[in-house]
Design a protein around this ligand. Structure first.
Ligand code: SF4
Ligand code: SF4
Length: 371
């Protein structure tokens, strides 16, 4: 598979430290099956809908409509009382062993569970701190924020699953974090710090394995997934998420930890300075993400990992000149203009990125797939 280095704007530089915004006035939870009455008290960790618990304590304020992944939904508004009151009994960490890994990974996330199900041995373990999308830094900052915890559980996994090779993979451009890792990793002689170039798609499991020439039975986790497992084993409720907010329309670019279900507008008002009047807001990456329809009502739910705020560029689409660059760059060797085999498309956006005629091939492919 071909790998591509994307052009980077050197002016988009991320702040070195994580910003924390854990006290929003209101949170907005999608309201399927509300379990609480208006104006009732809610506690942190209390189930307030059939599937969600409240990330804060406060008041069930009411309902309103908001945007979740660009679709309008009715949501429960919780007014924060900033007291973080919880009625849940404190639970003690459980021992890291295979039955508990299965139980806790299943509680954390079905996809995480699927990685451990029916496994008693892994030949290799890869922990990836790579984010694919340009100007997104979540996995590397999760490593920076939790380096001791992550190395501890990585070491335990390598022992439990008797893995022969243990790779902590970091992009070679992340020099500050590499230095942090080097200071600590010496105490874990079986974990190998592995540096890779800043190439697009190495954040995907199959591309990274091919790059590292790893074929046999392998556990692959991102630092985000490993932290979810660690938190579940340590019985820590996760009421927060980490996202990157960056772009050339911002005075500063930040990685920020926020309460789940915070309104994007509130984060922008508190922490960001948009430097131009004509801009676009894109969620989940410039290559694979989507244009936010309404910034004022957009909720950061756990599926959102990045917001890019970019100066608007008016690039008119021209007619195709048959240059063939889209086919040349495609990691799957597809011709995006030819309907054949588009089911193998990764939705990586490279064809759109390279097209000299500004044709939105990714959109075209999606429409064809939906026909
Ligand atoms: S979006 Fe699909 S067709 Fe376009 S480059 Fe990626 S894999 Fe190929
Ligand atoms: S890259 Fe753009 S102009 Fe070139 S063949 Fe593909 S669609 Fe046509």
């Amino acid at each position: 598979m071909k790998l591509v280095s994307l052009k980077n704007d050197p002016n988009i530089k991320i702040e070195n430290n994580i910003t924390y915004y854990l006290n929003p006035d209101f949170l907005y939870l999608p309201s399927k099956g509300i379990l609480v009455k208006q104006n009732s008290l809610v506690y942190k960790g209390m189930p307030v809908t059939k599937t969600l618990s409240s990330p804060v304590s406060g008041l069930a304020f009411g309902i309103k409509k908001a945007l979740f992944q660009n679709s309008w939904q009715v949501c429960l508004v919780i007014e924060n009382d900033f007291r973080e009151l919880s009625k849940k009994n404190k639970m003690h960490p459980v021992k890291t062993n295979i039955p508990n890994i299965l139980k806790c990974s299943e509680e954390a996330d079905q996809y995480l569970y699927s990685k451990f199900k029916n496994q008693t041995k892994f030949t290799n373990i890869i922990i990836s701190a790579i984010d694919d999308e340009p100007y997104v830094y979540n996995n590397i900052f999760i490593l920076k924020e939790n380096i001791n915890e992550l190395l501890e559980i990585f070491d335990e996994l390598s022992f439990i699953y008797k893995s022969d090779n243990n790779y902590l993979v970091v992009k070679n451009i992340d020099t500050a974090i590499i230095n942090d890792c080097l200071n600590i990793i010496g105490t874990y002689p079986n974990i190998k710090l592995t540096l890779v170039n800043d190439e697009y798609l190495l954040g995907r499991e199959d591309f990274l394995k091919e790059k590292l020439n790893i074929k046999s039975n392998t556990l692959y986790l991102t630092t985000n997934e490993l932290l979810a497992l660690y938190n579940s084993l340590h019985r820590k409720d996760s009421t927060t998420i980490l996202i990157t907010i960056s772009g050339n329309a911002l005075a500063k670019n930040i990685v920020i930890r926020i309460k789940k279900y915070t309104l994007l507008k509130d984060i922008i008002a508190k922490y960001l300075n948009i430097t131009c009047s004509d801009y676009v807001v894109i969620a989940n990456g410039l290559m694979q993400g989507f244009l936010v329809k309404d910034v004022s009502n957009f909720v950061i739910d756990p599926s959102i990992f990045a917001i890019n705020i970019m100066q608007a560029i008016k690039n008119e689409e021209d007619a195709c000149i048959n240059c063939g660059m889209c086919e040349q760059i495609c990691p799957k060797g597809l011709d995006p203009l030819n309907n054949k085999d588009l089911k193998y498309c990764l939705d990586c956006g490279l064809c759109t990125y390279i097209c000299p005629c500004n044709i939105n091939l990714r959109k075209y492919i999606k429409e064809k797939k939906n026909d």
